[in-house]
Design a protein around this ligand. Sequence first.
Ligand SMILES: O=C(O)CCC(=O)C(=O)O
Length: 377
Amino acid sequence: MHVRTGISTTVAANNYKVMLRFQRTFGTAARTLSLSRPDYTNIHEPVSSLFTQPTTAAEWEQYALSASQVEEFNKTGFLASGVRVMSDEQVEILREELEQLYDRNHPSADLWYAFDCDVPTDDPRDNLFHSLGAWRLSPGFHDLCWSPALRMASYQLLGGPMSLLHDQLFCKPANDGGVVAWHQDFSYWTWTMPRAHLTCWIGLDDVTTESGCLWYVPGSHEWGLLPMTGLAGDMNSINDVLDSAQAEALDVTKVPAELPKGCCAFHHPLMLHGSYGNSSPNQRRATVVNMMREGVVSNCDGKDMGKFPTVPTGLPMAEHSPCYPPLLHGGSEEEALMAEAAGAARNVAAPLDLREFEKDMAELREREAATSYKHTH
Ligand SMILES: O=C(O)CCC(=O)C(=O)O
């Protein structure tokens, strides 16, 4: 397993603790708006020193994927070789913040886009916990979106600057059978277009097949867009919309993404993935950062957006709501440094083209017609 270690992560974690102590003492002298009801939505840069940001191409280079990693992602639709995003100390800080986030009465609980368990429960730690929007409530989860390893690799894989769509928490208690059913992420994101998205999954515990790691079906990112068939409950509900060759490929070629805590896996928005229950005696916690290329526009009209802010259809997401912040600005000095650091080891993305989205939707309709399954979002 290839594991990269960013420099100075221990120093950064220590600085972060000092900063939090400073915040507690001096309140608004530190960057957060209110410590009694934290809301980081409008701060579109790191709010803490948890991650040290590179300032030269050489510093960015330590986080760069190799050309063969980029190639592997393009070929299989995922990269689970264990890119390190956080040190153990940084993971520990996020775990501490997570403990606060489980509180249904958190002072900023209204900022969650979703806060669910597969089976309703008083304490979210008791069942498979799935929530969206932690970056708005919590400084460490906020700053993780701007972490250098995540941004550098995402820039290389997406082939351009990117914005945040949303983040997620997926936490499984010890000895719990809750699954995340096989699905493609883009089935849930057709309220944005065209498809130019990327997912970064990061373990907050060491994850193994026993503890319910993520599984991928190599090459399934070339199967076209599939309907949503559910995220919890029945692991195999996706079989309702697969043809027999795909159902067999899922069965025979699926691979587990076992990873040490703090390391991540990247996957393509059409990658078929899911996770089985946790039969280990340890909890399995993970956080996910979902990104889109700069310039992706809204397709919200007529859709039930739940608690996600609506942007009028056709307008760029990042420019029209603070909830979809740029993580890397196109044409910035930072982008130039990252391009230099990546060298030839990066994708060159085609211009965003809404006809590509029409192709996705045509594939979806074809699949629905073939399987009498109705797309519901
Ligand atoms: O963590 C899990 O078990 C599921 C994660 C997932 O579905 C995702 O990252 O899209």
